[in-house]
Ligand binder design. Sequence first.
Ligand SMILES: [Zn+2]
Ligand SMILES: [Zn+2]
Length: 80
Amino acid sequence: MEKICPKCEIEYGSFFANYCSECGSELVPLPHCNWCKNEISPHVKYCDGCGRERAEVINTFPPLNIFQKIISYIKKRGMK
Ligand SMILES: [Zn+2]
Ligand SMILES: [Zn+2]
């Protein structure tokens, strides 16, 4: 899993990197595409796994997930 500095947006591919070598900030994992689970670099405009816009794949979820949430919600309430 790649990591990234939240301040400088520098990507670190190494598992051993925990802090940014430029500013000392703690690195965070790269966000994943909600649709195809690819890692999304902050420098790309589109997901290279599914071709959707970066902002869209990080902030929105596939309709299937929403559908499953509704089903589990209904099941919890005991409706049939
Ligand atoms: Zn940094
Ligand atoms: Zn994707």
